[in-house]
Design a protein around this ligand. Structure first.
Ligand code: F6R
Length: 245
């Protein structure tokens, strides 16, 4: 895993976006898998801006790594986020848009459908955010490192973060997510974890200076050659070692 230290949220977004843009511009059939939440908002802004300035995404496939269980158009769903922050803002759409259906009544069938899409569309890049408890996707602490796409239960910390991010009450907040497991996450050609803010500093410390253990899900990336973690100064503020500087 490579570690890239940057100044702040804006620089993290720029560096993350550069990696995506390069793939869109150089690959014949690029496949980009995104995450949602506070972390990638800056990246989506840059992408929308560039599309308005002529960046062609008509040959690109865009997908996501997870989806909350709940009504499709709920304020917090990955689907709502993707339309609000990308698809509704652009005139030329990607070649394919793939989303997990979190309103499905048949989790097994939906899991199999999405797994087939993953098989068919090898991802050039998987973008990830980091939970305050170290989760990636919805692989919460304790999830075995050999997990494959599954229905995950959120921890209380994650539920609290979702409430804050989407400004919703506890009763309206989803508690489950259909998520890619570590296995599928690591199958992407490039895995990019973006981290910004003081509230992520403890998780970053565990990720880089703690043990590689399911207790810190993101630590699975440490042994992964095609992983890059981009961390801003606030998120890196608890690090002791200087060997990534
Ligand atoms: C959401 C997802 C989550 C978030 C993580 C960080 O689709 O996969 O793992 O990336 O919870 O969330 P933010 O960016 O809101 O701090």
């Amino acid at each position: 895993m490579k570690v890239l230290l940057v100044k702040d949220y804006d620089e993290m977004s720029e560096k993350g976006y550069e990696l995506i843009k390069e793939i869109i511009e150089t690959k014949e059939e690029p496949v980009i898998s995104m995450t949602t939440g506070g972390t990638p908002r800056g990246i989506f802004k840059l992408l929308v801006e560039d599309i308005h300035n002529g960046l062609d995404i008509s040959h690109t496939t865009i997908m996501n790594l997870d989806e909350y269980i709940g009504p499709r158009n709920a304020v917090y769903t990955v689907r709502t986020f993707m339309y609000k922050n990308l698809y509704d803002l652009i005139n030329v759409q990607p070649k394919n848009i793939f989303l997990i259906d979190g309103a499905t009544e048949d989790i097994k069938k939906e899991t199999n459908r999405y797994k087939e899409i993953l098989q068919q569309y090898g991802r050039d890049i998987q973008i990830l955010g980091l939970g305050t408890n170290g989760h990636i996707g919805a692989n919460e602490p304790g999830t075995p490192f050999d997990s494959t796409m599954f229905l995950a239960e959120h921890t209380e910390a994650t539920i609290q973060s979702t409430m804050k991010e989407y400004n919703i009450e506890r009763n309206d907040t989803p508690t489950q997510m259909l998520t890619l497991g570590f296995t599928e996450i690591l199958e992407a050609k490039k895995v990019v974890l973006l981290v910004s803010g003081k509230h992520k500093a403890k998780a970053v410390k565990d990720l880089l200076e703690g043990e590689i253990t399911p207790d810190c899900p993101a630590s699975v990336l440490r042994d992964c050659e095609n992983a890059i973690v981009i961390i801003d100064e606030e998120a890196a503020s608890l690090l002791e070692k200087t060997n990534y500087l």
